[in-house]
Design a protein around this ligand. Sequence first.
Ligand code: HXC
Length: 291
Amino acid sequence: MSSTIEELERRRAAARLGGGQKRIDAQHAKGKLTARERVEVLLDEGSFEELDMYVEHNCVDFGMPEQVVPGDGVVTGSGTINGRLVFVFSQDFTVFGGSLSERHAQKICKIMDMAMKVGAPVIGLNDSGGARIQEGVASLAGYAEVFQRNVLASGVVPQLSLIMGPCAGGAVYSPAMTDFIFMVKDSSYMFVTGPDVVKTVTNEIVTQEDLGGAVTHTTKSGVADMAFENDIEALLAARDFVDFLPASNREPVPERPCEDPWDRLEDSLDTLIPPSANQPYDMHELIRKTV
Ligand code: HXC
């Protein structure tokens, strides 16, 4: 019995350490939090219930049996934000660059299924190089399962993606299908593939920032909704944002106390919008006076 507990403790410690202290230090040096630290900031203190902490990959090629990390590069589970239930996955860049294996995908699909069943938002903390190259089509098939759930969950439960590292391939296609995308300036990227692969294939030299940085996606492409200065700011904004969302299409929108009388008259609205569609006006003023 004690040897079983010791083995569990060993695996738990290995899961917490992810890809090792050196890679954790590298993550911190880039101004990024680790997958577990992000979950801590996002959720109410002590509310996180982790699932599948000991899941390992099943790849037998390319020396992979010698490189096994319990949890397989993604932390999954449920918790609360200001008392309301949410499901979360947080990819661990220190484990094979957070890339998605067959088992990694199964962990994400499991919490997505649970979220749809009970009617609660799914929040993805994405920090992943996409499909795990060593697994070939098995990892691509894993993404197919995730994409399928992105589609099934659409309009059923809110799906929020935080892009928190250099995300490529499927790690971008899946978030792109979700309802809201937050990015972190200077450390998060969304591209089909990274600049090195672009250079090899097309001989074109392009920076990560131009290819898919937070500024590019919030000012040019419109792929992302908001850009934040750092991980903490993005995670705290996600907490605030979730407060505005219904938990599912079966739930009413959240209500909060309001001091604004329902019969308030705002006479300036009569003249705020100019009669000519060619004339500009302050949209923020309009929203402030109406909402
Ligand atoms: C396995 C990966 C990986 C991947 C990164 N790593 N991406 N391992 N599969 N997809 C590993 C690296 O080998 C490295 O391991 C560690 O993660 C960190 O990666 P670096 O390259 O050192 O980091 P960085 O310089 O920050 O660059 C990050 C990156 C780059 C921009 C994401 O790694 C990159 O371009 N990766 C390939 C991305 C890609 O082409 N993905 C597309 C997959 S196809 P060590 O051991 O050195 O720490 C796909 C299609 C889905 O997703 C379609 C579904 C139908």
